[in-house]
Design a protein around this ligand. Sequence first.
Ligand SMILES: [Zn+2]
Length: 106
Amino acid sequence: MSAEKYIRVYRSVNIDEVKKHCLVVEEILGQCQNCKTPGINFTQHKTCPQCKTEFRYLATSLKEREGIVKILQRIKKESLAIEMIEKEDLDRATAKDALSALFRNS
Ligand SMILES: [Zn+2]
């Protein structure tokens, strides 16, 4: 049994940048967060086939840890240059931005 495990790390980021370069997947197929094109296979596309944005981050709508770990193992096995982020963090950060933007305009 390997001692290698996955942990979540907190990092300060530019949320607009993260969102732009993020692919949100179920298991394999996902949606480009920049142009909303669906059905993109994260193991085959380093950039969006539609808008050509480079995917640097991957988030999943899966809730079970087992499914998340499966994606992480796939990223590692195929040496993909993409970082897994927590979708809840992304949703929370972008929702807060949307809310403050709303108030800024009123
Ligand atoms: Zn795109």
